[in-house]
Design a protein around this ligand. Structure first.
Ligand code: CP
Ligand code: NVA
Length: 304
């Protein structure tokens, strides 16, 4: 088992299915008011370079529910790369706490933290990947259909969510169709990695430019913001570029049976309409809820 949870590509299908089983179990336990104290006395440092609602709250609440404790570190407090070198931050944290969750702009920074730290490092989102979100998403899909039967269509920007969905589908052998502009397909190195994983797992990964073709007959239609954190200056250009990828009633006529997914936060009226996000086909809040359970499973696995 890997020390860290940086990318789903490092994990085996068997390990990820075990985590998803435990996440389902932890959800059932919590719904019955039971909070196993499996991380009693453990501490988690949470370093966030970007804003967060879901990731911050679910890791902190998750640690508390498991009997542990979480400490939020703001970048201005720590001064990674200015006050102190990343490696020194990782070495010090390794002497005090049992794990680190980091949300960084650069994926290379989290890789460096993980390389130096002697404790597990969990990716709470980088510009490249968001693996914890995908675990919650797969847990959510599995609440409706067998994962292997899901036809997941992701439309919009080939960003960190698209990258992680590709890798997760690649490991687990799932069906994922991407509909993005040719200029905004997932990163080439991620595509190559996902294709290698798919060759071994039997995953069916495909891409097309037309969002209608991507969602046709899908059982889950997934989208994410067109303007990720750090890209705010490009927002107007991106609104124009991605306009035809909006998840709205017209697009969903091509996927009449599909559930709709969004990792949140949503830019309402851009990548998704209010009507669809708030409608009965939307699983967005279930996905948000499952962040708690999926991450508790990851924490238990890495910190004990
Ligand atoms: N989906 C997600 O990661 O939300 P936050 O950015 O609020 O953590
Ligand atoms: N792609 C988005 C995901 C937010 C959870 C971002 O990086 O801002």
């Amino acid at each position: 088992m890997p020390k860290d949870f940086l990318t789903l590509a490092d994990w085996s299908a068997e390990d990820l299915f075990r985590l998803l089983d435990r996440a389902r179990e932890l959800k059932q336990l919590l719904n019955r008011g039971q909070r196993p104290q499996s991380l009693e006395g453990r501490a988690l440092a949470m370093f966030f370079e970007k804003p967060s609602l879901r990731t911050h709250v679910t890791f902190e609440a998750g640690m508390a529910q498991l009997g542990g404790h979480a400490i939020l570190l703001r970048p201005e407090q720590v001064g990674i790369g200015t006050r102190e070198a990343p490696g020194d931050v990782a070495r010090n944290l390794s002497r005090w706490v049992d794990g680190i969750v980091a949300r960084t702009f650069s994926h290379e920074l989290i890789e460096e933290l993980a390389r130096v730290a002697t404790i597990p490092v969990i990716n709470g989102l980088t510009d490249l990947l968001h693996p914890c979100q995908v675990m919650a998403d797969f847990q959510t899909i599995a609440e409706h259909v067998e994962l292997k039967d899901a036809v997941i269509a992701y439309v919009g920007d080939g960003n960190n969510m698209a990258n992680s969905l590709m890798l997760g589908a690649g490991v687990l052998g799932l069906t994922l169709r991407l509909g993005t502009p040719a200029s905004h397909r997932p990163a080439v190195r991620i595509r190559r990695c996902a294709e290698e994983l798919a060759a071994a797992s039997g995953a069916r990964l495909s891409w097309c430019e037309d969002p209608r073709e991507a969602v046709r007959g899908a059982t889950f239609v997934y989208t994410d913001t067109w303007t990720s954190m750090g890209q705010e200056s490009e927002r107007e250009a991106r609104r124009r570029l991605f306009a035809e990828y909006q998840v709205n009633a017209a697009l969903l006529e091509h996927a009449p049976e599909a559930w709709v997914m969004h990792c949140l936060p949503a830019h309402r009226g851009e990548e998704i309409t209010d009507e669809i996000l708030d409608g009965e086909r939307s699983l967005a809040l279930d996905q948000a809820e499952n962040r708690l359970h999926a991450q508790k499973a990851v924490l238990e696995r890495l910190l004990t």
